[in-house]
Ligand binder design. Structure first.
Ligand code: KG4
Ligand code: ZN
Length: 340
């Protein structure tokens, strides 16, 4: 079974061919970072126009890399939400056109769940049940996964996503775009104990909050600027990063403990953070919790995870019609319990 995956939910144009659910035959990820850097963030209209230019060459390139004809595939999978609608529409329209022209099934997949599926591309996929921390630019959620297709939202951010906080604080500290990798790099030279930023925990829930922390960094910078004694930017970056990481380590581990689950999985762009990767690995070892993490390149947006997720849905007979729609907001947002 060979599934073509297409990913255009934000600012990466991704195409991949995956065989038998988990074997990546070929993949292309075209980053738009350079295009958006001068604006300090993703400009939705610019992103969708670039997807439009890149998508057909990226599809051709992926088949050429795999050395396969178009007829070799069994289905087309595409992220149809959550994300930027204009960007999603490019991928979904392309996937529909290919599915119709080649007479192949179309499978829409949830982008956030696809991030979790990045872990299934690894030689040792996570055993069910597991708790998954999904930390991306737009979302910070904890999901209880009992089986493929049997997922429950058990916690989420009440305001900003962790990635959004990284991006906004990096902008405040003039560290550039994208903010997560810039803070990660600066923090390596800084003292995480330099500034005691707040950590948010919600007793009795597994929710998160990062907007207070973001404001605390702003107030701290303003205060120091007034007095003319701003600490080194590396110390601010390291102190902020540790405040985020402490919460992203403690809350998921508490969830595992509360639910009696012995495997924790991380996924999404922020899971590329080196400090978070180190701290989660160590904390899981200490608490005898099994830990799975995608390789660095599969943390951020890519189409291999989309094709993998699509393959598992296809295997269960879950296919969509050519009416497949896009959605901007997560099916999880503001809800507890079962999500599609
Ligand atoms: O999953 P992703 O590629 O796109 C979304 O689905 O949102 O995540 C992008 C987010 C951005 O906020 C980016 O700053 C963050 O992931 N990110 C990081 C790192 N690399 C990417 N955050 C912290 N440390 C990193 N090394
Ligand atoms: Zn993503």
């Amino acid at each position: 079974m060979i599934v073509l995956g297409i990913e255009t939910s934000c600012d990466e144009t991704g195409v991949a061919l995956v065989q038998d659910r988990t074997q990546v035959l070929a993949e292309v990820v075209c980053s738009q970072i350079d295009l958006h850097a001068r604006f300090g963030g993703v400009v939705p209209e610019v992103a969708s126009r670039r997807h439009l230019e890149l998508i057909n060459p990226a599809i051709q390139e992926t088949f050429a890399l795999a050395g396969l004809p178009f007829s070799a595939i069994d289905a087309v999978a595409v992220s149809n939400g959550p994300g930027l609608i204009g960007s999603l529409l490019v991928g979904v329209a392309s996937a529909k056109a290919l599915a119709a022209a080649w007479d192949k099934p179309l499978i829409g997949v949830d982008h956030l769940k696809s991030h979790v599926y990045a872990n299934f591309l690894e030689p040792e996929p996570p055993p069910f049940p597991f708790v998954c921390l999904v930390v991306s630019g737009g979302h910070t959620s904890l999901v209880m996964a009992r089986d493929h297709g049997d997922w429950e939202l058990i916690g989420s951010t009440r305001d900003d996503a962790a990635g959004e906080a990284f991006d906004k604080v990096a902008r405040l500290l003039d560290l550039g775009y994208p903010g997560g990798p810039a803070i990660d790099k600066a923090a390596k030279q800084g003292d995480p104990a330099a500034v005691p930023f707040p950590r948010s925990y919600f007793e009795g829930t597994h929710d998160f909050s990062f907007s207070g922390l973001k404001t605390a960094v702003l107030r701290c910078v303003e205060g120091y600027e007034r007095n003319g004694d701003l600490p080194p930017v590396e110390d601010l970056a390291a102190s902020f990063q540790d405040a985020v990481v402490d919460v992203l380590v403690e809350t998921p581990l508490r969830a595992c403990h509360d639910l009696g689950v012995t495997t924790l999985v991380a996924a999404g762009g922020v899971a590329a953070n080196s400090r978070l990767r180190e701290r989660l690995t160590e904390a899981c070892r200490q608490h005898s919790v099994g830990f799975r993490l995608p390789p660095f390149k599969y943390c951020t947006d890519n189409a291999a995870m989309v094709a993998c997720h699509g393959s598992f849905r296809f295997e269960r007979g879950e296919v969509d019609s050519l009416d497949l729609d896009t959605y901007a907001v997560s099916a999880y947002k503001g809800q507890r319990g079962k999500a599609r």
